[in-house]
Design a protein around this ligand. Structure first.
Ligand code: MN
Length: 532
């Protein structure tokens, strides 16, 4: 009895902390005296597809992995592998478990509702004994089920059976009902644009990390920006609900250039905090490599990958389990306004997000084309090459968008569906680039070494590799006047005023307010690359 009471108290504490408005059905029969609770079935594409049946009991989610999924078919006897209890916080998790972590893959809330034990008042004991009868009230599943351990005590293999009651449906197949009851999305759709990641390395209460690649971030408010303007050379500033210690705000990071104002650290912080709604969709949910110039861009900068020890605890980070022990382990993941501001305060002039996200860092979600000018390359040549790529992509029926780098070149970003390897995207970009290069051999060199290229442009496909990066849209570049990398439309390639460094941190906000971001609609597009 004492045991049971303790378990019920644990659940009560949990209930007090949770918002039960999210539950699909009201508490229903599972009042205070009922030993039942909530149930969920998650469809989980890990190494193998399976469904996870989870029954809330004793303050945790008792869990079974059902390879073929639960069914209403009373004739089916589905294998159900009893797996470890999950924290209750996992109840309505839908999103992606990063590759490399246990259970890496995508998860949807396939069904949820309430459950009640039958034939027993103590389901925890029933599970220990190896046989649990229970009723489900979900959106897809309903009626009486039995979970029964197959053979011996301690064996993890159980069977899941639906009784032949009024809810039974012969031939009912869970795969015919593939859509999440939480979001209406399929596993494929969630994988292409997850809204949350499950970080098994964090405590359960914090493990669900918002990604919101399609989310909406607010820029710093006018009041927050006014407070930043009024700070002296340093002090505490609050943005997006997070407090930052800022220092040396008057420091000139970018000297003035012809017709362009100088840019102080305060200016860069204000810029990052204002451009955030446009920039964060390219940064959230992926590690970032940072090019820092704490003494300004006229002094040498350095690349920083590891998150410094003094980073605030609200900064999202990701540990690269494949990094060698002495190499960079923990990367920053920039997913909020405050993180962008914090980066600027550390002189992080350039932000280079990974091409692959935490969902699976081995799978790129962009195929990147980099038109890299040589000394003899004129901007007109770059534009010609970009147009040739544009024609090639149109011909192939593939969507992509050009982006000026803020320095001399142009890149083309092509979204791809989940599941490609870097080898595949690299090879695809290589082939398209060869075809483009063949039409203008006088402009292009295929030499790896810069000094052997005779000053010609290079069509660089080699960035399509894990942990290689290109500069983020709307990131500043380390040059006088603080030019910015900006996505443009194909049509704008014909604009006589176009320059690769046309926009700066002082002018690009007007540009996006007028023209928006043409690349934004391609984020997360699950695009197939046609074979070449
Ligand atoms: Mn699972």
């Amino acid at each position: 009895m004492a045991d049971k009471r303790k378990k019920k108290d644990g659940l009560a504490r949990y209930r007090a902390k949770r918002d039960f408005a999210v539950t699909a059905e009201p508490a229903g029969g599972s009042g205070d005296d009922s030993p039942g609770g909530r149930f969920v079935v998650q469809r989980h594409r890990a190494t193998r597809l399976h469904y996870d049946l989870r029954l809330e009991m004793g303050g945790v989610l008792a869990s079974w992995a059902v390879p073929k999924g639960p069914t209403l078919d009373p004739k089916a006897r589905q294998l159900a592998v009893h797996v470890e209890d999950h924290p209750v916080e996992y109840y309505d998790f839908e999103g992606v478990i990063p590759g490399g972590e246990y259970g890496g893959g995508d998860v949807i809330v396939w069904d949820r509702g309430t459950w009640e034990p039958a034939k027993t008042g103590d389901p925890v004991r029933a599970v220990e004994r190896g046989e649990l009868h229970f009723d489900l009230r979900g959106e897809k599943l309903a009626g009486r089920f039995v979970l029964v351990r197959r053979a011996h005590d301690g064996d993890d293999d159980w069977l899941l059976i639906h009784k032949d009651d009024e809810y039974a449906r012969r031939g009912w197949n869970p795969e015919d009902h593939p859509v999440s009851v939480k979001s209406g999305r399929t596993n494929e759709e969630v994988a292409a644009a997850p809204e949350a990641l499950w970080r098994g390395d964090l405590p359960a209460a914090e493990a669900s990390v918002a990604v919101a690649a399609h989310g909406h971030w607010s820029a710093a408010s006018p009041e927050e920006l006014a407070a930043l303007a009024e700070l002296g050379d340093g002090g505490t500033w609050t943005v997006g609900g997070h407090r930052l210690r800022l220092s040396k705000l008057g420091k000139v990071l970018f000297p003035r250039a012809k017709g362009r104002k100088e840019v102080t650290k305060r200016d860069l912080i204000a810029y990052h905090s204002t451009i955030a709604p446009y920039m964060l969709p390219y940064l959230a949910g992926r590690p970032v490599n940072v090019h820092r110039f704490p003494d300004g861009v006229e002094r040498p900068g350095f690349w920083q990958k590891a998150v410094p020890a003094h980073a605030p605890e609200w900064l999202t980070t990701w540990r690269d389990t494949e990094a060698e022990a002495d190499r960079t382990g923990r990367y920053a993941v920039v997913d909020k306004v405050a993180s962008l501001a914090w980066m600027a305060n550390h002189g992080a002039v350039e932000l280079h997000p990974w091409i692959s996200g935490l969902r699976d860092v081995h799978e790129p979600d962009w195929a990147l084309i980099d038109i890299d000018p040589g000394e003899k390359t004129r901007f007109a040549d770059i534009l010609l090459l970009a147009r040739l790529y544009g024609e090639a992509l149109r011909h192939l029926g593939v969507e992509g968008m050009p982006k000026v780098t803020g320095q001399r070149g142009v890149q083309i970003w092509v979204p791809v569906r989940a599941g490609y390897t870097f080898e595949e995207t690299r090879e695809w970009v290589h082939k398209v680039s060869r075809a483009v290069g063949r039409t203008v051999p006088e402009l292009v060199s295929w030499e790896w070494y810069k000094d052997r290229r005779d000053g010609l442009a290079r069509l660089d496909y080699t960035q399509n590799v894990r942990n290689k990066t290109l500069v983020a849209p709307f990131s500043a570049r380390p040059a006088p006047g603080a030019p910015v990398s900006v996505p443009i439309t194909w049509k704008e390639l014909d604009d006589p005023d176009l320059r690769p460094d046309r926009w700066t941190v002082h002018t690009v906000l007007d540009r996006v307010r007028e023209a928006g971001d043409p690349l934004h609609e391609l984020i997360g597009r699950p695009q197939e690359l046609p074979p070449l």
